[in-house]
Design a protein around this ligand. Structure first.
Ligand SMILES: [Zn+2]
Length: 448
């Protein structure tokens, strides 16, 4: 890539970071309009849509409408940042020592800029496109996407519809013994938040036996849930990841993860002593998880509480469902008087482990780096890909090509953490890899 474009990308990302899109409240309008301007600078028309006051989304297309669509998706909003915790002002977009600093540099404004410049690279190549290439930068991802992709699907489905998509959620290459492993997010766990109301009987605090203590009952439920999480279950997405990791790591003690998954917890306890982050990440990929996250109970110092509410965050593997979760909870609440209410329900979603787009990503990475290992991975968190997979059976992949250039733990901590930054080298490389993936994918769709 020529130096001038490199400088332009760097400056543009810096500008984008300087627009504070902390969500809540989001206020993505200004950022969306800046992108719209950039697109028109390159002679590309785009659509600007507001889901609510100041909640901007911007979409652009290249190529003919009747061709299969490949969407490059990113989000404009960021999680809040506490200024005092950072070495630099998180909304300064400071460019220093080869890095662009600030909230959103990695999640998701940096990847957004990489996708934007990959998209722009095709502005004069429209006649060669066997696909319709689409770029969308949307609002509200960090708060669930209902003012962003979710809203677009409800209100303008044709504008956001896509057969294929590249989004955040994977693709960051991590160094393992001289190789780089690139996990491509092929599936996401479902998210089920629910409130459990455990009931007791009020009484006087001075005579414990005069009532039935709802806080004590709820805490016994919590104890049972935390100490006995749902059983291990292997999915193809997690298996693909573990197998690739095993192939290149020297940790042969991990082999039972694939050969006898029921031993996974023991094996992962051992891994945790060396690499706690990786061990817990794999553990969460191997089972449905149910985690207590909020609790409320009691009304006064001297009254035995008759009600205790606990909120749980449950994450379900592809192939699991709500009924399974309900059975699990019922078992943990046996003998109790309780009510259960769902706050939010999002089914797990998945894309095929082999597809022209996945293969194109793989081919380009292996060509870029001879020591690249490309693998599927199951996302334990959620991204906007779930809307696309659910509504359009879209083959969406979490792929932000970045090479992790510092200890992995430090790198991960920056995302939603402090001192978030991206190297200019990574930003430029990311755009270039995406461009090549589009070329490769476009080739495979020739004649379709
Ligand atoms: Zn994100």
């Amino acid at each position: 890539m020529i130096r001038e474009e490199e400088r332009e990308m760097t400056r543009f990302l810096s500008e984008l970071i300087q627009i504070d899109t902390s969500n809540p409240p989001g206020n993505e309008a200004e950022a969306a309009k800046l992108i719209k301007e950039k697109l028109s600078e390159y002679g590309i028309k785009s659509i600007y849509l507001e889901s609510d006051k100041n909640r901007g989304n911007v979409i652009a297309y290249l190529g003919e409408e009747n061709k299969p669509r490949l969407l490059l998706l990113s989000h404009l909003d960021v999680v809040p940042a506490v200024r005092e915790e950072w070495k630099v002002d998180p909304f300064s977009g400071l460019i220093k020592d080869g890095y662009i600093w600030g909230r959103g540099a990695l999640d998701d404004k940096g990847p957004l800029v990489a996708e934007l410049y990959a998209f722009l690279a095709f502005r004069d190549l429209v006649d060669e496109l066997n696909i319709q290439l689409m770029f969308a930068a949307t609002a509200d991802e960090e708060k669930g996407g209902l003012k962003g992709v979710g809203w677009l699907i409800e209100n303008h489905p044709e504008k956001i519809r896509a057969e294929y998509a590249i989004n955040e959620g994977g693709g960051m290459g991590l160094p393992v013994r001289g190789k780089y492993i690139f996990p491509i997010q092929t599936a996401e766990k479902g998210v089920y938040w629910f409130r459990l109301r455990v009931k007791g009987v009020p009484g006087h605090g001075s005579i414990p036996g005069s009532g039935v203590n709802a806080i004590a009952l709820a805490s016994s439920v919590i104890e049972r849930v935390v100490s006995k999480q749902p059983d291990i279950r292997m999915t193809d997405h997690a298996k693909g990841f573990i197998e690739s990791f095993l192939r290149i790591s020297d940790k042969s003690f991990l082999t039972p993860l694939v050969s006898s998954p029921q031993l996974a917890d023991k094996v992962l306890d051992k891994l945790a002593k060396e690499d706690k982050g990786l061990a817990e990440k794999i553990r969460a990929m191997l089972r449905n998880t149910v985690t207590p996250t909020m609790i409320k109970g009691g009304v006064k110092e001297n009254i035995i509480p008759s009600l205790c509410e606990v909120v749980f965050d449950a994450r379900l593997l592809p192939g699991s469902n709500k009924e399974e979760l309900l059975r699990y909870i019922k078992e943990k609440c046996e003998g109790l008087d309780y009510e259960l209410e769902f706050i939010s329900e999002e089914e797990p979603t998945e894309s095929p482990l082999t597809s022209p787009l996945y293969e194109a990503i793989k081919a380009v990475l292996m060509e870029e780096l001879e020591n690249a290992v490309v693998t599927p991975v199951l996302g334990t968190g959620g991204t906007d890909s779930r809307f696309l997979r659910r509504s359009f059976k879209c083959q969406a992949y979490g792929f932000t090509p970045i090479i992790v250039d510092e200890p992995y733990g430090d790198f991960l901590r920056r995302i939603h953490g402090v001192d978030e930054r991206i190297s200019i080298k990574n930003l430029v490389w990311s755009a270039e890899v995406l461009r090549k993936v589009i070329v490769e994918f476009n080739e495979t769709l020739r004649g379709h």
